[in-house]
Design a protein around this ligand. Structure first.
Ligand code: ATP
Length: 203
């Protein structure tokens, strides 16, 4: 069987159990050798709320430190200019043995948006997509799969996971309001957020 690697891109601002639960389920269900967490660079189309990319990277590092099949990558942080997922997969492929297959892990909201991504057909041609259930618009996901026709049916796979109605946005709001995020964010990450006083200042 070909070697399978999971690729999990996100802003992780901050990383939370919703991310970790789907990465672990994808690893198991799709027999992935490991899951590569790839924090995205700062992009003009998504505000990072004054949290710089290396701080987001550090939070991911702390969150996955105790999991031997989770690995972190700097590949998008160090790239100059706009960063497209299709370029990331191409670079990963160049460095991997020829029989390696890449599985991009994403929540339903991201898969629903896939038709708007740049170079989306090239991306689907170059890797598989694991669509992890997340509370939201299921019909939008189906539409997205239909949009890609045969390519969508072949390359987009569904993964049922416990649906956790949390997001980094919700967690930033809780932290800002001095509410507990215990059990929603890994303990070492909470310690780091406290130490650095993240998400408290102006947004
Ligand atoms: P924000 O609220 O800042 O937009 P987010 O919580 O959606 O952030 P991202 O880092 O943007 O987190 O997400 C990275 C990937 O993880 C996306 O594919 C997203 O769909 C998925 N994801 C995030 N939270 C969950 C969740 N609770 N359940 C399933 N997938 C999730």
């Amino acid at each position: 069987m070909a070697r399978r690697i999971g690729v999990f891109g996100g802003s992780f601002n901050p990383i939370h159990i919703g991310h970790l639960v789907i990465a672990e389920a994808a690893w198991q269900e799709f027999a992935l050798e490991h899951v590569l967490f790839i924090p995205t660079a700062d992009t003009p189309n998504k505000t990072m709320h004054h949290i710089d990319k290396y701080t987001r990277y550090r939070m991911v590092e702390l969150a996955i430190a105790d999991n031997p099949h989770f690995v972190i990558s700097l590949i998008e942080l160090e790239r100059k200019g706009p960063s497209y997922t299709v370029d990331t997969i191409r670079l990963l492929k160049e460095e991997a043995p020829a029989d390696t297959e890449f599985y991009f892990i994403a929540g339903t909201d991201a898969v629903a948006d896939l038709p708007t991504w740049k170079y989306n057909r090239e991306l689907l041609a170059s890797c598989h997509f694991i669509c992890a259930s997340r509370p939201g618009d299921v019909e939008k996901v189906r539409r997205s799969v239909r949009y890609f026709g045969a390519l969508g049916r072949q390359k987009i796979h569904f993964l049922r996971t416990p649906e956790l109605e949390i997001s980094s946005t919700i967690l930033r709001g809780l932290i800002r309001a001095d509410r507990s995020v215990r059990y929603l964010i890994p303990e070492p990450v909470i310690g780091y957020i406290r130490e650095k006083q993240l998400y408290k200042g102006a947004w």
